[in-house]
Ligand binder design. Structure first.
Ligand SMILES: Cc1ncc(COP(=O)(O)O)c(C=O)c1O
Length: 378
């Protein structure tokens, strides 16, 4: 990835990596379609730019959670197939339909409303009926009720039955047998749906399922985390042929000498154990560097790892540069990403915080500019 000008906090996002990750997923999917999940501002990476890269990489659908996200995408992608996956209020439904997005339904009452609002807007909405095979969130649990709704939507000429779908709860846990239970339930229903409605798009897989079991691919997979080059199994994206697209960078704004016992940050949570140099990086939890990294995280400066010391504050963090670091103010610093021969993976940061890579990139704050670049790959 090329070096951007040094600035206080920037998320450098490589659209080339997103494109290559999508091409890798398309390859994995064989003949099934790839739906690129770009909700939550493309998991913090920038929805529009990542959608563009995903389509270039072979994705044929885009998915979001909220109507406002569909509206935003539609402005840039007048011809893309967009699926809004989340629950919608009546006002949100109007916005989603106004953006010509497909919508999800799992209750007849809502499906009827979709037909009514579509008629009022002069359109025939495309509906994806959701089967809750075990996630226990949105969707209908009873397969017979799902089939009933599928037939009901298909019979209503104000509606277009576009899809039948589910979502896995444990695809990222290789030891969990629950994934196979959900897959079995969905496969049984999918067979019946396909028998009666051969053109309907049946879809279930997220990134983990896509990489874990081809039987989950059906007609389309909805992949998010893997398209950003993050590991759906929380370990090493490179081992799965994925390239992390995002780097979170800052710089050393100042360095200062700390005599033994001098403290850094709120609450004096760190004191220099010996004489040392401390670097101040102007990035903090207001940018998405979580306070849980207090005395725990690391930053790369000059290609070397240095520990974050003292309390992470809203706008600044401090790193222990050691006794003779030679680090000069102005040196670039990396919180997530590569520098020299080393790399801090998003998964590593997530582990320290006992969370998942999704939350780390989604948590990069709006005040951090996203700088989109496009590398040619290796
Ligand atoms: C319904 C649904 N489908 C697909 C995805 C994509 O999942 P992943 O990012 O694990 O590929 C998500 C993400 O949370 C989702 O909520």
């Amino acid at each position: 990835m090329s070096d951007p000008p040094v600035q206080r906090a920037v998320a450098v996002v490589d659209q080339g990596a997103v494109e290559r990750n999508c091409a890798r997923l398309v390859d994995e999917l064989g003949g099934s379609r790839l739906c690129a999940v770009v909700k939550a501002n493309g998991y913090g990476h920038g929805a529009i730019e990542c959608a563009r890269a995903a389509l270039a990489g072979g994705a044929s659908w885009l998915a979001v959670a909220a109507a406002a996200e569909a509206v935003e995408l539609r402005r840039d992608f007048p011809n893309a197939r967009i699926l809004t996956m989340g629950a919608l209020t009546e006002a949100e439904l109007d916005r989603a339909l106004g953006a010509d997005s497909d919508v999800a339904a799992w209750r007849e009452g809502f499906a009827r409303l979709v037909g009514e609002r579509g008629a009022a807007l002069g359109m025939r909405p495309r509906v994806h009926v959701k089967y809750d095979t075990g996630m226990g969130r949105l969707g209908e649990r009873d397969p017979n009720a799902v089939l009933g709704l599928v037939d009901w939507v298909a019979a209503d000429d104000r509606l277009d039955l576009a899809g039948v779908w589910t979502h896995f709860a444990t695809a990222d846990e290789p030891a969990s047998g629950f994934f196979d239970e959900q897959l079995g339930r969905f496969a049984r229903l999918a067979e019946r749906v396909h028998a009666e409605h051969p053109d309907v798009l049946v879809h279930a897989a997220n990134s983990a399922a896509t990489l874990r079991d081809p039987a989950s691919h059906f007609d389309m997979a909805r992949c998010g985390i893997a398209m950003y080059g993050l590991d759906p199994f929380h370990s090493d994206p490179f081992s799965r042929g994925l390239e992390p697209a995002l780097e979170l960078r800052s710089y050393v704004a100042d360095t200062k000498r700390f005599p033994t016992g001098a403290s850094a940050g709120y609450g004096q949570r760190w004191r220099a154990p010996v004489d040392t140099w401390v670097g101040v990086l102007p990035i903090g939890y207001g940018d998405g560097v979580r306070r849980g990294l207090t005395n725990s995280g690391e930053a790369l400066v000059g290609g070397r790892r240095y520990p974050l010391v003292g309390t992470v504050s809203m706008d600044n963090i401090t790193v222990d540069l050691g006794s003779a670091s030679g680090v000069e103010p102005g040196s670039p610093a990396v919180l997530i990403g590569a520098q020299g021969d080393d790399r801090i993976l998003c998964e590593e940061v997530a582990r320290r915080l006992e969370t998942i890579n999704y939350e780390i990139t989604c948590g990069i704050a709006p005040r951090v500019p996203r700088l989109h670049v496009s590398s040619a790959g290796r």
